[in-house]
Design a binder for this molecule. Structure first.
Ligand code: ZN
Length: 215
């Protein structure tokens, strides 16, 4: 049904924030334009406040705007899990504004949407060498295969980490244990679809998001 409308992919076959229902002015579908009738334009800033979107399983998958979130709720696609302190008023009613919503039907996010790329690995590792735990500009980092390729190590989220050239050289063709190096943390796939966007927001966002982001 309507749930697929927000699941379009970009030309490279990956999900984009826009495709996931991120409110972008001028790119609203029919659902978005309907919300203009509901709420006065004076509330525009509140309506653009970010809302955390959880999958049916409570996994955070996206960030959208209040306006889109309320449309998803009205359509019965999502329900509010946490509310904002503010309300918006239409002619006859006060509407509570969500801070966190959850999709009622599970939405499959294909693995390839979390593009495995140098850029995304550095982003996941926050430009921190996973062996010496120092932060470097991207140009001074390389990717290290934790289990070397020569030993059958794969190019995967779980086997690639950000690494400075110095640590990369001293590790050579060995495992971290053999080289006397310790990984700062176990490498994992991105679990947040819009991790970039979320990371930017996490620091100063709403307390109500925390339990879903750090679970
Ligand atoms: Zn290093």
């Amino acid at each position: 049904m309507g749930t697929n409308r927000h699941m379009s992919v970009d030309s490279r076959g990956r999900y984009t924030p826009e495709a996931m229902g991120e409110a972008a002015p001028g790119s609203e579908g029919p659902a978005g334009s309907r919300s203009h009738n509901l709420l006065s334009p004076r509330r525009a800033s509140l309506m653009q406040e970010p809302v955390l979107v959880l999958n049916a399983t409570y996994e955070p998958i996206n960030v959208t705007a209040v306006r889109r979130a309320m449309v998803l709720m009205l359509k019965g696609v999502a329900q509010a899990e946490e509310m904002h302190n503010s309300e918006v008023h239409s002619a006859a009613h006060a509407h509570k504004v969500p801070s966190v919503i959850r999709l009622l039907a599970y939405r499959h996010i294909p693995q390839q949407s979390r593009a495995l790329s140098r850029k995304n690995i550095l982003l996941r590792d926050r430009n921190t060498c996973q062996f010496c735990v120092r932060v470097f500009p991207s140009s001074e980092l390389t990717l290290d295969h934790v289990l070397p390729r020569s030993r059958g190590g794969r190019s995967s989220w779980e086997n690639l980490v950000a690494c400075c050239y110095r640590c990369n050289n001293s590790k050579g063709d060995r495992t971290p244990e053999e080289a006397g190096l310790k990984l700062a943390r176990r490498p994992r796939p991105f679990t947040l679809h819009t991790s970039r966007q979320l990371m930017r927001l996490i620091g100063h966002r709403d307390e109500r998001w925390r339990k879903y982001l750090f679970y």
